[in-house]
Design a protein around this ligand. Structure first.
Ligand code: ADP
Ligand code: MG
Length: 342
């Protein structure tokens, strides 16, 4: 059962089937040789650790998808087009049949890589005494003239969100509850529970829309991974601005809408503060809002205005959010989102 490094690497090479003309030399040598053809690079890295970012018994196919998805989501937030990836695998020695695990991992990875035509061009494979750890470096191409950053939001910009928020957090609550690890039970139907779990395990990076937004002239975006409030906070801090947000305007799925109902606590817990959505939050100048909405419609992607950027003041310092629920101002939840503590 003990798998060997070079057998695993061979398996990776066999299963990575994306051919790209800009890969001069892919996996298998001391370094990959790539040709961005004079275009500019966007580079990002994310790490997933068993027990922290996923349950140790998670389906490897879901992990393959998610390890790639969370990285592509970062490229989407920059308006970049995904092109190449590096994958580092630290596999706990002797813990399971890593050859079988890797084959399953690559089916999930490949499903998304195929959709986005991202080639796996290298990485590293090591045995560890620690937890299963997956690191991905994603490389993409960006236009070179339109930077879509966290800083630069202006008073009067609309705050817009793609897709729906809070599905993954609701699913995580249910998963924790099922495992007796806290969380929160709710009366989800089987179909709702399945839908939420898919949103948690197989997030959709909004690459096409991110590129269109950047091309249109949107200059402020972030991907929502740590919770809407936390990630919006990053935009506001970087921009030296504040925001007004209407809690019930946050886009939610039919499942979350049914169960959260008119309970502002649940709206705060899932769409407002819950993590792992991998939707985009954008700061959009008023002149661009209509056209951006048209583009989202054409993609069949929900795009929702949830509030606006305001100049900071005595009551609303830079970085802060004024939250309202049905026309009354309400306090922000104490737990704002995820941050690692060391
Ligand atoms: P080196 O000794 O030069 O670091 P390795 O033996 O670690 O090379 O890896 C051999 C080749 O396999 C390299 O091209 C490397 O990029 C690739 N590789 C190793 N692990 C992975 C992985 N997890 N994913 C993709 N490529 C990998
Ligand atoms: Mg190596």
């Amino acid at each position: 059962m003990a798998a060997r490094e070079f057998t695993l690497i061979e398996e990776l090479r066999r299963m990575q089937r994306i051919g790209r003309a800009d890969v001069c030399l892919g996996m298998g040598d001391d370094a990959a040789l790539l040709d961005p053809a004079g275009r500019k690079l966007a580079v990002s890295m994310d790490t997933l650790v068993a027990g922290r970012h996923f349950f140790a018994d998670a389906d490897p196919a879901d992990l393959g998808w998610k390890a790639l998805a969370v990285n592509l989501s970062d490229l989407a937030a920059m308006g970049a087009e995904a092109a190449w990836c590096l994958l580092s695998l630290a596999l706990p020695a002797g813990q399971r049949d890593w050859e079988a695990w890797l084959a399953a991992f690559m089916t999930g990875w490949q499903a998304l890589a195929q959709m986005q035509q991202v080639a796996l061009v290298g990485g590293d494979t090591v045995a560890t005494d620690g937890p299963l750890t997956l690191s991905v470096t994603a490389l993409g191409l960006w236009s070179g003239d339109a930077v879509m950053a966290r800083a630069g939001a202006l008073a009067g910009d609309g705050i817009w969100v793609t897709g729906s928020l809070g599905d993954a957090a609701a699913a995580l609550d249910a998963a924790f509850a099922e495992r007796g690890m806290g969380g929160m039970t709710a009366d989800w139907t089987r179909e709702e529970r399945h839908f939420l779990e898919q949103r948690r395990l197989r997030p959709t990076p909004r690459l096409v829309f991110g590129r269109q937004a950047a091309a249109l002239g949107v200059r402020v975006a972030i991907d929502c991974s740590d919770g809407f409030l936390a990630d919006l906070g990053h935009i506001l801090e970087a921009s030296g601005m504040a925001a007004r947000i209407t809690l019930e305007a946050l886009p939610v799925s039919a499942a979350v809408r049914r169960v959260a109902g008119r309970d502002p606590q649940l709206w705060s817990r899932w769409p407002l503060s819950g993590g792992d959505d991998y939707e985009l939050i954008l700061g959009v100048a008023p002149a661009l809002e209509e056209e951006l909405q048209t583009r989202a419609n054409a993609l069949g992607l929900a795009l929702t205005r949830v509030g606006e950027v305001v100049a900071p003041g005595r009551d609303l310092p830079a970085g802060s959010v004024q939250l309202s629920w049905q026309d009354s101002i309400i306090p922000l939840p104490a737990q704002r989102g995820h941050e690692h503590v060391f």
